[in-house]
Write a protein that binds this ligand. Structure first.
Ligand SMILES: *[C@@H]1O[C@H](CO)[C@@H](O)[C@H](O)[C@H]1NC(C)=O
Ligand SMILES: *[C@@H]1O[C@H](CO)[C@@H](O)[C@H](O)[C@H]1NC(C)=O
Ligand SMILES: *[C@@H]1O[C@H](CO)[C@@H](O)[C@H](O)[C@H]1NC(C)=O
Ligand SMILES: *[C@@H]1O[C@H](CO)[C@@H](O)[C@H](O)[C@H]1NC(C)=O
Ligand SMILES: *[C@@H]1O[C@H](CO)[C@@H](O)[C@H](O)[C@H]1NC(C)=O
Length: 765
């Protein structure tokens, strides 16, 4: 166990340091994001105001950057001037210039740019949505009229997922544009893909030349793609690729490039998206947890939320380490990844007759029934680390040519290992999970016949190889299998709580399908790995919380379309309190293969869109309450300012709001060392039936006494609000524990169940 965490820690460390090490250019110049104190109020969108803001931003550069002639005017350092979700700009500065800028009056903060990572045919059926016209999907209008802004690697417009047949017209309020680029024609936008913009200045500042990643829009995973009959990765996984909200419009903001996504670009994309008029912002990207006031995504999404935009973010793929969850701001929806009930078996038949279970999606021409040839197995057990992990350029062709190569998972990408083996002349590959990966199965499309086996199988395979004179094996492909034993389950890689920056809000909020998702992919531009004798697929299979995020964005669009007046907090509440905590077999959702998933792994549970459009009660939050909440966390005036762009006197706020707790749909309590009791205030709004009564049902966390008061809530009107109190008594510190509170509707139409997980942890102060 200790070793495993050490290993995870090492990886975290590596990723955390890389961006810092690689960001300054030859002249010692670096991108900084400069936040200013607001000058005056003005309606954003007004061109005169935008121009005057830009002048204002430039005036700061003129005061801090030396004038070096007409060619090198200070204004040439400006990358972006932000207007909508952020007050400030991004510029190329030396360390000295940044320091000078920091001292100027009117400057709130100067932060170095930060690099973060980019963290479907079948999933919509799995989520219980279908074309039955009485279903929730039909009632919600398939998300029609809503606009989802997607910040990621961009779009590939010829993809049939962007066919706009049957789409409603573009909403008149839409202010966005369709920007042309090297591989993207502005005429490619239609009623489905209504806007496209790209942002590369932050990226270019770090990687000035890169011919292979043309400045254009491409690559896309649809959150709301149109339906594509028979979409499949070269025949495997045939089904129908469809977004969760097929009638929602999509606007693409390409902020990620071949080696990641820069905060300065992300902020520019968010700034435009909110001004363009998106209803939902989908961010399938993020880094490691950092304080909210240093996190551009958290800061940008705060103002987006104020303007009524739902912001949906991927939780990150750094699980199963505890406290790995990123994008944990209480105003966003944080999404973890779950498995689907679909498998792609590719068994390994050893020379001794043993069959090991594995999964793969090799798109090549292999006889699916009889599999490939029996090949000699090779594993560089005594070799270098590079050989064991099959790192490109490190494999001795002499030893690997024509063989089935066993590669340990880790260090490099799974598809990269396949390419490395192919380069060295290997004929097939077995990817072997390490102890950290356990039985996790992430299927990829590889360039050569290959399969991925779990840790248990890997141990058996390596024993066989080391104890056999001429070990041989073949891979037997089994096509697509629906009906997995236990699904959904939390994906092992899905990032976990408790949140480091704020354990009093449970994160992630929910989980959604994020493993082996069949997604749209550029047919003519994508990375190699999808080639098959010149034929390329328009779809591939991908895993990650970045795949789970668009699902929830689609559900948010569905709810928004059904309830246009709902706030982002109401939409999130609907998604959370209706989430499933049991799997297809009716048993508790599992965490990988390793036991029951806890609330830090799955939040409120697995999204259930059919229920989410009709939640009965919702927990709404006035955006001002987020500021009060930050005051309760002990954030300083300046730290809160960096998030809200507004001054606050926490002493006064806390005096006015004694006993305040954020009206969050889940309940998380972090007991301090000597505290034994906590009181949570909550208010629910009736959005179900006018005359209704709900009663409280509680399962207390182990070692904690929970009292709910009152225990029944009676509503006589639609929109009516009722408050209640939850008191938790914990006489002695113990391990993390969890329970739940469910408000159950009673009476004739008593179908609503409004569930909140209760998570309890103890923090050392
Ligand atoms: C863009 O599309 C239009 C209409 O199809 C065509 O006339 C134009 O040449 C295209 N431009 C580029 C750069 O491909
Ligand atoms: C991918 O899409 C393009 C453009 O729509 C189409 O011409 C091509 O046949 C598709 N490829 C496959 C393998 O379906
Ligand atoms: C903040 O509010 C408190 C209580 O109302 C008051 O005593 C204090 O002077 C205020 N501080 C500032 C800086 O305004
Ligand atoms: C907790 O209580 C003990 C005994 O009353 C006391 O010695 C200790 O300082 C307290 N710790 C904190 C953090 O308040
Ligand atoms: C709700 O109950 C009240 C009082 O019993 C009654 O007057 C009213 O008509 C009811 N409303 C609905 C929609 O049933």
């Amino acid at each position: 166990m200790g070793l495993r965490w050490l290993f995870v820690f090492f990886h975290l460390l590596l990723f955390c340091l890389l961006p810092v090490l690689g960001s300054a250019d030859a002249q010692g110049m670096q991108t900084y994001i400069v936040q200013l104190r607001p000058r005056e109020a003005g309606s954003s969108g007004d061109q005169a105001m935008l121009a005057s803001k830009m002048h204002w931003h430039l005036s700061f550069l003129e005061k801090s950057v030396p004038w070096e002639g007409e060619e090198k005017r200070p204004s040439s350092r400006l990358l972006y001037s932000y207007h909508t979700v952020f007050d400030g700009f991004a510029a190329q500065l030396s360390e000295e210039e940044a320091a000078a800028l920091r001292e100027l009056p009117g400057v709130a903060s100067v932060r170095a740019d930060r690099r973060v990572e980019l963290h479907t045919t079948y999933s919509y059926k799995f989520l219980g949505l279908n074309f039955c016209p009485t279903g929730a999907w039909a009632r919600s209008g398939f998300g029609g009229g809503t606009i989802i802004g997607v910040l990621d690697t961009g779009v590939w417009p010829e993809n049939p997922s962007f066919d706009d047949r049957g789409m409603p017209p573009v909403p008149a309020r839409w202010q966005g544009v369709c920007q042309g680029g090297e591989h993207f024609n502005a005429t490619n936008c239609n009623r489905k893909l209504i806007g496209a913009r790209f942002y590369s200045k932050g990226h270019r500042a770090n990687y000035p030349t890169n011919p292979s990643d043309a400045v254009s829009l491409m690559e896309y995973v649809p959150p709301a793609g149109a339906s594509v009959a028979g979409a499949s990765v070269l025949g495997v996984g045939a089904g129908e690729a469809r977004g969760v909200a097929p009638a929602a419009h999509v606007a693409a903001y390409k902020v990620c490039w071949f080696n990641g996504c820069y905060s300065s670009d992300i902020l520019a994309g968010m700034d435009d998206a909110v001004r363009d008029g998106v209803d939902v912002l989908s961010l399938s990207l993020g880094g490691f947890p950092i304080p909210l006031f240093e996190d551009s995504i958290a800061i940008g999404s705060f103002r987006a939320t104020l303007r009524g935009v739902s912001v949906v973010c991927a939780a990150g793929n750094n699980g199963p380490s505890p406290s790995s969850v990123a994008n944990e701001a209480p105003w966003v929806i944080t999404v973890g990844a779950a498995t689907l009930d679909r498998r792609f078996p590719a068994y390994v038949r050893l020379g001794n007759g043993r069959i090991l279970y594995g999964e793969s999606m090799y798109p090549g021409k292999v006889d699916l029934k009889n599999g490939g040839k029996e090949l000699e197995l090779v594993y560089a057990a005594g070799g270098t680390r590079e050989e064991m992990y099959c790192i490109k350029g490190a494999l001795p062709a002499a030893a690997f040519a024509g063989k089935m190569v066993v590669c340990d998972r880790g260090i490099t990408g799974r598809a990269d290992k396949g390419e490395a083996v192919k380069e060295a002349g290997g004929a097939a590959m077995i990817l072997a999970n390490s102890e950290i990966n356990q039985q996790e199965d992430s299927v990829d499309a590889h360039v050569l016949p290959s399969t991925l086996i779990g840790y248990r199988e890997a141990v058996e395979l390596k024993n066989y190889i080391s104890s056999t004179q001429r070990p041989v094996a073949k891979i037997v492909f089994g096509g697509t299998r629906i009906g997995r034993a236990r699904a959904p389950a939390v994906a092992l890689f899905s990032a976990r709580g408790p949140s480091l920056t704020n354990p009093s809000v449970l994160k992630p909020d929910v989980i959604a399908p994020g493993v082996n998702i069949i997604a749209a992919w550029p047919g003519n531009l994508g990375p190699s790995g999808l080639e098959d004798d010149g034929r390329r697929s328009n779809f591939t299979v991908l895993s990650g919380t970045s795949m789970a995020c668009p699902h929830v964005s689609g559900i948010a669009a569905l709810i928004r379309s059904a309830h246009p007046s709902w706030s982002p907090a109401m939409i999130r509440s609907a998604i959370m309190t209706t989430a499933d905590v049991t799997d297809r077999q009716g048993k508790p959702i599992m965490d990988g293969d390793g036991g029951k998933a806890d609330a830090y792994a799955m939040g409120a549970g697995h999204v259930n869109p059919a229920r989410a459009v009709d939640p009965g009660l919702v927990y709404d939050i006035d955006p001002a309450d987020y500021v009060t909440h930050l005051c309760t966390l002990g954030y300083t005036h300046m730290e809160i300012f960096k998030i809200s762009h507004a001054g606050v006197n926490c002493t006064a706020v806390l005096q006015r709001n004694a006993g305040f707790s954020l009206n969050y749909p889940s309940m998380s309590v972090a007991f301090k060392t000597n505290a034994t009791s906590a009181v949570l205030q909550r208010t629910v709004t009736n959005v179900g039936t006018p005359n209704s009564t709900y009663t409280a049902h509680v399962a207390a966390p182990h070692g904690v006494k929970v009292r709910v008061s009152p225990t029944a809530l009676t509503f006589s009107e639609f929109g009516e609000k009722k408050s209640f109190r939850v008191t938790l008594d914990a006489p002695a510190p113990r391990d993390n524990a969890e329970g739940y509170l469910v408000w159950k509707q009673s009476g004739g139409q008593g179908k609503h169940r409004v569930r909140s997980p209760i998570a309890v942890t103890w923090v050392v102060d």
